[in-house]
Design a binder for this molecule. Structure first.
Ligand SMILES: *Cc1c(COP(=O)(O)O)cnc(C)c1O
Length: 452
């Protein structure tokens, strides 16, 4: 018989908790494998911490989302939101599944071109498009979503200079019943700004109004807000047809569907509570179908879903550095994953699973990262089995934003691997090294030497 593991005893107050409406749940199963690849092997081969992405899960998520919309509406197109995760391997998985690219900066635009996306399938959003970005987008026939009037004037001037029609839409913001309102991007529906911009575009020789866009917020938990937004865009589209006898080609509902993560302070786990893609699809498509479009004139519906398609397709693996007690006796576990690479721990209670078997004892703990900073808290209170120095763990649902918003701070950013559909592991981003960082620095001649 294998020798049992010694574990120091803990004395703990008994609390008999009530089952919630989903029954009692045991979150504590060790996660030793990710898609049949052993967590320990991944860490041994690629180091700790390590981001792991599942190609299979990405494809499944997109196919499910497509099905949710396509079974309810005749013409649907997804565009991958680059800022959510713009690793080339991730973007290309989405492009292989038919997604266009949705970008919000010149850098992202060029990354989409580099990935081989045809300019006419790049949606260019965001408030900061330089003149050279706009020129590039017009020349490539991209979908330019105008954010403010200064941008409108730039697009008009540049399209006149090029004597080439710019394919444009406006971004619209509106009251969707969610407050505070997201009104910093685009033109407002209620106060007439949106109509003002549309009239200006319709009166410009070299601008072709092809669509209407909105992105009402992020991590939205209310499908009804999308239905309000869809009605308002449909109303604008029908108004444009009446006034100018001009039909727009698409309505773009942006992104923002909540993933299955649990927001800090939420009463129940996101996995149980957050709406599904079907709920969002139902809200949006029924609003469009029930609006005043004639049935044969329903526009293409574009979706820029980001987080809901990638969050659960990635994990972050890590290792315990130490355990200690705070002055009040609370257990703390220090791990090698900091908030600099797990940015989303500021607003989610990420689920953490040990990666090896454990005994039945659990204790409330604070999980700290390795940074020398007070804000470096991965979980401020989590009931965890006892983890020892050197033990490994898996943090779930980390695919959105962490690999784009991460910071290099006192440590080096880790490798990212992707498990393909056959279980083969590929390095898709190399870890940083001292050399790769020094590469960007230079030292003035007079600072090159010193004596101590
Ligand atoms: C960020 C963003 C998205 C994606 O948002 P998610 O919350 O990741 O779904 C889509 N469209 C625009 C314009 C965005 O800025």
């Amino acid at each position: 018989m294998e020798k049992q593991k010694y574990e120091r005893p803990v004395i703990k107050k008994l609390e008999s908790s009530m089952p919630n409406k989903f029954g009692t749940r045991t979150e504590y199963v060790p996660v030793t494998h990710l898609e049949d690849v052993a967590v320990k092997d991944l860490i041994k081969e690629h180091g700790s911490p390590l981001f792991v992405i599942s190609e299979k899960r990405i494809r499944e998520n997109l196919r499910n989302a497509k099905q949710a919309f396509e079974t309810r509406y005749p013409k649907v197109q997804f565009a991958w939101s680059y800022k959510t995760n713009y690793l080339d391997a991730v973007c290309r998985t989405f492009h292989q599944e038919g997604s266009w690219a949705e970008v919000v900066s010149g850098f992202e635009y060029k990354k989409a071109l580099h990935n081989g996306v045809d300019g006419s399938k790049i949606i260019f959003n965001g408030p900061d498009k330089s003149d050279s970005d706009i020129k590039m987008a017009i020349e490539n026939g991209s979908l330019i979503h105008i954010d403010h009037l200064d941008e409108f004037y730039s697009v008009r001037t540049i399209s006149d200079e090029l004597n080439k029609k710019a394919r444009v839409a406006i971004r619209v913001n509106m009251d969707t019943g969610i407050y505070p309102m997201w009104d910093r991007f685009g033109f407002n529906y209620e106060n007439g700004q949106a109509w003002d911009a549309l009239n200006k575009i319709m009166r410009s020789d070299n601008m072709e109004l092809i669509g209407l866009h909105t992105h009402i917020g992020t991590f939205m938990l209310a499908p009804g807000a999308y239905s309000a937004a869809a009605y308002k865009l449909a109303d604008l589209a029908v108004g444009i047809r009446e006034k100018y006898n001009h039909e727009i080609q698409y309505i773009d509902m942006g992104g923002g569907f909540a993933s299955k993560n649990t927001l800090k302070g939420a009463y129940l786990p996101g996995y149980d509570m957050n709406p599904s893609i079907d709920d969002f699809a139902e809200a949006i498509t029924s609003a469009l179908i029930n609006s005043n479009f004639k049935n044969d004139q329903l526009p293409l519906l574009i979706l820029e879903t980001g987080r809901a398609l990638i969050d659960d397709a990635a994990w972050l693996l890590g290792t315990v550095i130490a355990n200690k007690r705070l002055s009040d006796g609370r257990r703390t576990t220090i791990v090698d994953v900091g908030v600099n690479i797990l940015f989303t721990s500021f607003w989610y209670d990420h689920k953490i699973s040990p990666a090896q078997p454990f005994t039945q004892y659990t204790e409330d703990a604070v999980v700290y990262g390795p940074l020398c900073m007070n804000i470096d808290v991965i979980r401020d209170s989590v009931n965890l089995p006892l983890l020892n120095k050197g033990d490994n763990f898996v943090i779930h649902n980390v695919g959105a934003y962490n690999m784009t918003q991460w910071m290099q701070f006192i440590t080096l950013r880790p490798r990212i691997v992707m498990i393909d559909e056959n279980g083969k592991v590929h390095v898709i981003r190399e870890r940083e090294s001292l050399e790769s960082l020094l590469d960007k620095e230079s030292v003035p001649e007079h600072l090159k030497t010193f004596e101590l």
